[in-house]
Ligand binder design. Sequence first.
Ligand code: AHR
Length: 658
Amino acid sequence: MVLFKLPTLVGTLACAASLVAAIDISVSSTGGNATNGHQYGFLHEDINNSGDGGLYAELIRNRAFQISERYPATLDGWHSVDGAKLLLKNLSEPLSDVLITSLNVAATNKQGQVGFRNDGYWGINVKARQKYTGSFWVKGNYSGKFTASLQSNITGETFGSVKVKSRATSDEWVEHDFELTPSKNAPNANNTFAITFDASSVGNGSLDFNLISLFPPTYKGRKNGMRVDIAEALEGFHPTLFRIPGGNMLEGLTNRTWWDWKNTLGPLKDRPGFTGVWGYQQTNGLGLYEYLQFAEDLGTTVVLAVYDGLSLNGDITPEDQLQKFIDGALDQIEFVRGPVDSKWGSVRAELGHPEPWKLEYVEVGNEDWLSGAPEGWDTFKEYRFPKFLSAINEAYPDIQVISSGSNYDGYNIPKPAGGDYHVYAEPDTLVSEFNKFDNITTPHIVGEMAAIHPNGGTGWDGPQQPFPWWGGAVGEAVSLIGYERNSDRIIGAAYAPIIRNMNRWQWAITMIQFTADTVTRSTSWYVWELFAAHTLTDTLPATSDFDPLYYVAGKNANTGGYIFKAAVYNSTDGADVPVKLSFEGIKAGTTGELTILTGPENPYGINSPYTGVNVVKTSKTTIKSDKKGTFQFALPNLSVAVLDTSPPKYRRWNRAVE
Ligand code: AHR
């Protein structure tokens, strides 16, 4: 069984360093390649309640009692207040064509306040002086006021409440908006949101409610937007590539229930919800528009996946029925980047974004080599991909179309398309793939990647590690360096899946974990952050002497800096690796900032969401090149490092990592 070699204690590392010959690396100033410029990113889909109950900031769980064949309407998350009777009803006049089930609240007492409350997504984070924005729809006769409040689920203490004057009538559904600003911080997230009303002022003994929504302030203040702390953790690793909307979510469980972007647009009352593929009903609240807005706010390039007629159950669309999906994909692209006077560009404009978004990359399907194999993959190669490719490139010749499988999945991808390679693996495997893309000519994304299994484990069939761990992050670093060395053809890599709700999840390893009021940045986050913070505009040719030191060198033409990114994986006897690094043209006395990340003594050490302790140590030093213009330093075993000679003020992300 191959395990990480035990790392040497810091005290002995220095001695070992002096005994080992230095690795000499010379970097030429010319002859490299321009990079794609967006090397580090992530995939988001709603897995692990990372959309509803996660990145999407809605606080109310099961806000519209949405249904699908697989997930019938339930009262999940809802409770009665002061004896009110709660009943789900399908009224003859529903709130909308797609939100057909509503909540009937009957006042069994004739006097006093009655109502209902919601648990949120495993709690609600209540903060004093923070404005919560809410709304609910009501039908029925009520002449009094509603009270909306945030309360402790343990003590019943109210942290904030607001009265909302009723405009309800029995003739139609009426929306009620409110703002609620708590005067007290809740001591923990075990809180609920309640709506109550005066039983004596209800006409027919009951009221009907639907689409009950509450948002805290969102990232960049977007309506229907993202949760600030999770969005900031994503922003914080400086992603430049954002792959949406999945993943298995795009494919859907069947070819009647795939993630249809058209169902995700516009007013929330017109969004039917989605039969999620990860074991729960989704709201469709985090829709295509919200994804694109978020990408714009993060400043990332988008890889937009379009449904291509294959679903997870192996449903394959026959050739004579494929055109509707091709047309749907063309409409989707037009929605994203079409002019404002085009059919779908005008819909985008009506929703609030007249300016077309930039869209350079469109991926056809997701992992078409997997579902319904071998027919799924055969039909992809025979007719599905070729038809999408020619239709998209005919309408948009500048778009880089990407096949959902790679050259390594047995597909000689037709030009000018690119491929998508996914790797979830042991760190040793990620290290062994360092050279994987050295000779490939077809452009590729690495659309999903992460270290998920321990070295020497039982691989894909074995359990994932419980959390990202330091040795896994170093393995990722080696693969990332391999991708970046080829970044004229490797468009970028996406960590996947990116976030995990600690209360309900299906996939353990994610870069970020969260609860209703915490966010944890894993060991991998620190590695990706460091590499992404130092953008190469060009790779530069360098001496190749890899193992145990893996590296890429280049420059940033905007800052004038030379950059060296490296990782040490399993050095001999765990010794430090001395490095002599010279860049052609660098003079004696040039300064560079050397950042070294090291982990805990145990390579399986994690950043635990339970303790909040960060096991990644960051050391930053300014070093000078010697008389010959050479930088000399030593890197510990299982470390990840960047040397950057850019003047600090020109670095894109020149900020300390907390
Ligand atoms: O990232 C989790 C899943 O892994 C994705 O949905 C799918 O594309 C892959 O198999």
